[in-house]
Write a protein that binds this ligand. Sequence first.
Ligand code: NIG
Ligand code: FE
Length: 406
Amino acid sequence: MPFSHPADALWQGAGIATMQPGGQPYGAIEDGALAISGGHIAWVGERQNLPPGLIGPATRIHDGAGRWITPSLIDCHTHIVFADNRAAEFEARLGGQSYEEAARQGGGILSTVRATRGASEAELVAAATPRLARLIAEGVRTVEIKSGYGLTLESELTMLRAARALGRAQNMEVRTSFLGAHAVPPEFAGRADAYVDHIIADMLPALAAENLADAVDAFAETIAFSTPQVIRLFEAAHRHGLPVKLHADQLTDGGGARLAAHFGALSADHLEYTSPDGARAMARAGTVAVLLPGAYATVGATQPPPVAEFRAHGVGMAVATDCNPGSSPMCSLLMAANLACALFRLTPEEALAGITRQAARALGLSARLGTLEAGKEASFVVWKIGHPRELAYWMGGVSPESVVTP
Ligand code: NIG
Ligand code: FE
């Protein structure tokens, strides 16, 4: 089919890892061409099949020889907005204190809550900016940011406003998740149900009115929220038309994967203790498994998530940094991809799909991001590498040659 309008720009001679499933590994096109028009991908395929009419006098042509092009990267699970850090807790853990013990003693998440409540929106933006810059420097163009270190109406709103402000300041796509159900705040100690009532009655309506949340998340765990509490929260989220996701089965098998699947969650995240039954439920619901090897490594976990079950049942696996001050002080998505291979035995192709195609699914964005195909947004990275597997092979530190955004 000849093109009636020439493309704005064309990359040719590069390898293109389209990350489309079903064909070559990595959806690879060895000697490819990629044309963009009006911020969208107009055409992608083998250079020799370039349709007539695609190149016009105004088309900017880029020589991609010796390069690989991938979709821009997506970090689909972060808590990158927070104040202070927890290096002292990390040190204490290496001295023998477990992640759960720190939490039970009022440290853990609640120590970051204390610091974050004391910070203004501008201070939170300033603290998060260098962390986000490290992701951006790796070719990340879409990032999910959770609240959950405020746990009062005002400070949760402040966190979500800071997340939105970061997206505007960096001119990138930020998807926010409201994680009011991250920990029971001190004012509600011993009254978790009353806190969930407060989330449902006061917080959700307020942040929905300001359009501050793209999804609702919760931490289902013995040290956090119970299944009945999460059910009440998710029912309320759906009443507001918001999709849900869940921190599930991280430290114990609490049936979190099944619970997430029951609500048609976009994703269930962590999943170290997920049962085969949970994996099957996720497959049926199309819920993405978000694997977080940074948290696995940092809390000193020993049981990896059931990757073989996910594969067997066709559960899509995304990989994310979980960037947060407690369980995963990591601001490198490529490092997360590497660790997903080294610690969870993902293949490099699965890991790269995990930070592109599957991450887009985990955020409900696959109609426009995550793979390189005609019609999707022109959001991609040009790398000077010999093969896309290198992106998961190096332990971080690979930098894009250029990043193209719509
Ligand atoms: O994804 N699991 C719960 N929440 C975060 C950790 C938050 C923290 O320790 O500050 C996580 O690992
Ligand atoms: Fe998390």
